[in-house]
Design a protein around this ligand. Structure first.
Ligand SMILES: [Zn+2]
Length: 257
């Protein structure tokens, strides 16, 4: 029995005849996601990374090259990094923090295809409070009982041991708030991980605004749990990415190059 709105049920992820097709699908969504992150203002110098596990070499992941602006990234710019942090496809370097964090998340969570992290402003501001998000809105319920706070800060994450600690804190949830740093989301697809990031950043913004204005009313436990089943499932994350992908690929078709 599902509580999903009927329209969500038709938006199921595709299946692929070959790994080549699946790899291309992931890389196209990944390149589009960087363009979306740029449009959303999630860039901050060289910070931020989204990774997609390779469908064949499952301990390798595709990621943005170090120091390339999100708004410029094309499919052909994506680099493939192995489990030792070596770039095995592409001739640009990998961000050391991207490897330290994402390699450990992918290793700890075989179900996770993609992980997204950036220093978006509202996620960063919220992270300083070391609190989980409350079920204040329908959208916030996607994270109800499904995110954690990594309640530590030890400088820029360059060590895979720190990445392991983050992955351990994340456990089987869809998101982790890295204290004094920002947000990290994961999903069973690039689409899903990126949607959770976009909506979590806005959820942080909404809670910051609501708490600045007064004392918000929380959605009660039973309703928050129910709403989580309606807006917080894998298929919801996948489906919500669709309109963003439509918009960015029409506007910026060079991302497919
Ligand atoms: Zn970071």
């Amino acid at each position: 029995m599902t509580n999903l709105p009927p329209a969500m049920l038709i938006a199921t992820p595709p299946t692929f005849a070959t790994v080549e097709e699946e790899r291309l699908h992931r890389k196209q969504r990944l390149a589009a996601s960087f363009r979306l992150f740029s449009k959303c203002g999630f860039d901050e110098g060289v910070a931020g990374h989204i990774t997609a596990r390779d469908p064949e070499l499952t301990d390798h992941f595709w990621v943005n090259p170090f120091a390339m602006h999100f708004s410029q990234i094309k499919v052909s710019d994506l680099i493939l990094v192995n489990e030792h942090g070596e770039v095995v496809q592409g001739n640009q370097p990998v961000n050391a923090a991207a490897f330290a964090i994402h390699s450990q998340v992918h290793a700890a969570r075989p179900d996770v295809v993609a992980a997204a992290h950036s220093h978006s402003v509202h996620g960063r501001a919220w992270s300083t409070l070391a609190r989980k998000l409350d079920p204040l809105t329908q959208d916030a319920c996607a994270f109800y009982d499904d995110h954690v706070v990594f309640d530590d800060y030890t400088g820029v994450v360059l060590d895979t041991e720190e990445g392991k600690r983050i992955a351990h804190a994340l456990a089987d949830h869809k998101a982790v708030i890295l204290r004094n740093h920002g947000l990290l989301t994961v999903g069973h697809s690039v689409e899903e991980a990126v949607w959770w990031f976009v909506t979590m950043e806005r959820t942080c913004q909404a809670q910051l605004l609501a708490e600045a204005a007064g004392t918000p009313v929380l959605i009660d436990h039973d309703m928050a749990k129910l709403t989580k089943t309606q807006v917080g499932e894998h298929v919801s994350g996948y489906a919500n990415f669709g309109p963003l992908y439509q918009k960015i690929t029409l506007e910026q078709p060079d991302l497919f190059d």
